[in-house]
Design a protein around this ligand. Structure first.
Ligand SMILES: CSC[C@H]1O[C@@H](n2cnc3c(O)ncnc32)[C@H](O)[C@@H]1O
Ligand SMILES: [Zn+2]
Length: 451
């Protein structure tokens, strides 16, 4: 592979970090597997990608990592999560979406959700995400200021999608109140390099037309991303048709919400008119296969959407419906499910599944100029996965191993903006013992043993 760095004289250039990896998949501009290559990182940014022998000759680094049996890929991007709901993992299983929400989750949230709950729950989620290779997540939850502070401290990259619902809840009195609070939070993070804000109208059945129109106007004016649960189940579409005479996707389009800033989360029960609208407007789709499977919500026609030229990214949804946040597992599930749903074994091959988990995610969140691929000039958001375990042998094809065999437990090292946040599976910015203790307190409170 050609060197992509600038030429230097005989003297070695001193940089922050050098990573030497057995395999690298940059994703963009190439999906190829590079062998025995290195990354030079300075100031949190990738400054060169070159053969290891050349890297050793040209650079000296303050920190050097030798990843002999590991594959280096762009950090994984989780485009839809309710991070703090990790504290409700296993709280209510084996229910369909609306029963799960109305009978179990919403009553529990009314009782327990607070800034403290969101801080602890988000830290638990980030510990799991980092330990399974995620560097960026989009979060939609109450008290977004607590999630933003937790992400800032832990060093992760995050899109904080502040929740907008037209009825009183733990965080806001109504839609207008939520918009006002969310925009104030946006001001607080205006110059932050890793934290961005987005509007998150919750769903077509919890937000009315007037609020949605306001969001469309603000999003356009401020060039802010929007994300919304949409077409999660066939029941949602049927009820919308009965109540409004419109399919939810058409209703959002009429209100001016479908655009390249819009991320439609779920998108099951689609007909050709829905797909045509998403394609025409340049909106993105966040596919959350494991949550959809567990809640029996329906199937996203991923192969059809990709064939139509729509950007499809991946998300886990919250750990209360998934019940984990492992993006490698999510990618594997997406690849298998796309084959089953389309009836084609060649649907969503490994390289396309990896693109969905990385660069498609960055595009969906509007940050593909910063992250989502290993390219000179992009942030050093990286994930290194061990391919040496016995269950991964023989190693005919590292990409195949990554998508069809590995899972989050094989992730060993993770960097965000050049900072090592997971070192040999140890968390560098989150205190695991303290976290276990806090999570135990919440389990006892929720189980009714303490208050
Ligand atoms: C307004 S904060 C987020 C809100 O969404 C709820 N939620 C979690 N998972 C789902 C889902 O799959 N569909 C719809 N709503 C969901 C969560 O419990 C919060 O109340
Ligand atoms: Zn969700």
């Amino acid at each position: 592979m050609p060197s992509t760095s600038t030429p230097t004289q005989n003297k070695r250039q001193t940089i922050d970090t050098l990573i030497h990896a057995r395999w690298i998949i940059p994703v963009v501009p190439s999906q190829r597997v590079y062998e025995n290559c290195s990354l030079a990182i300075d100031d949190g940014v990738i400054s060169a990608i070159l053969p290891t022998a050349e890297a050793r000759h040209r650079f000296s680094a303050r920190e050097e990592h030798q990843l002999d049996q590991q594959i280096l890929i762009p950090g994984l991007i989780n485009t839809h999560n309710h991070a703090a709901m990790s504290l409700l993992r296993g709280f209510a299983d084996d229910q369909p979406l609306m029963t799960w929400l109305e009978k179990h989750i919403w009553p529990a949230e009314q009782q327990w959700v607070s800034p403290e709950f969101v801080g602890d729950g988000t830290r638990l989620a980030m510990a799991e995400m980092l330990r399974s290779g995620t560097t960026t997540f989009s979060d939609q939850y109450f008290f977004p200021e607590a999630a933003a502070a937790a992400a800032r401290e832990a060093g992760m990259r995050a899109q904080i999608a502040f929740p907008i619902i037209d009825f009183p809840n733990a965080w806001s009195r109504n839609g207008d109140d939520a918009i006002e609070k969310g925009l104030t939070l946006r001001d607080d993070y205006r110059s932050h390099s890793r934290i961005g804000l987005a509007f998150a109208p919750h769903a077509p059945y919890t937000v009315g037309d007037e609020t949605l129109k306001k969001i469309a106007i603000y999003a356009d004016e401020l060039q802010m991303p929007v994300q919304m649960h949409l077409h999660e189940t066939a029941g949602e579409v049927e009820k919308a048709l009965k109540d409004t005479g419109l399919r939810p996707t058409q209703r959002l389009h009429n209100l001016g919400l479908l655009s390249p800033q819009m991320l439609c989360v779920h998108m099951t029960a689609l007909d050709d008119s829905d797909i045509a609208l998403v394609q025409k407007t340049g909106a993105h789709v966040s596919h959350c296969p494991r949550s959809n499977l567990k809640l029996a919500s329906g199937f996203t026609p991923v192969a059809k959407l990709l064939d139509a030229g729509i950007n499809v990214a991946l998300g886990t949804d919250g750990a209360a419906s998934n019940n984990g946040l492992d993006m490698l597992l999510e990618t594997n599930t997406a690849a298998l499910l796309a084959k089953a749903v389309s009836g084609n074994a060649d649907a969503l091959p490994a390289h396309q599944a990896l693109a969905m988990a990385t660069i498609h995610g960055a595009r969906a969140l509007g940050i593909d100029d910063v992250t989502g691929s290993i390219e000179v000039g992009k942030a050093a958001d990286l994930c290194a996965i061990d391919l040496s375990e016995l269950e991964q042998q023989p190693l005919h094809d590292p990409l195949s191993q990554l998508i069809y065999t590995a899972n989050g437990h094989h992730v060993r090292n993770v960097w965000v903006a050049g900072k090592l946040l997971l070192r040999d599976r140890r968390l560098m910015t989150l205190n695991e013992e303290e976290l276990r203790q806090r999570v135990g307190v919440w389990r006892d409170r929720i189980a009714g043993r303490t208050t």
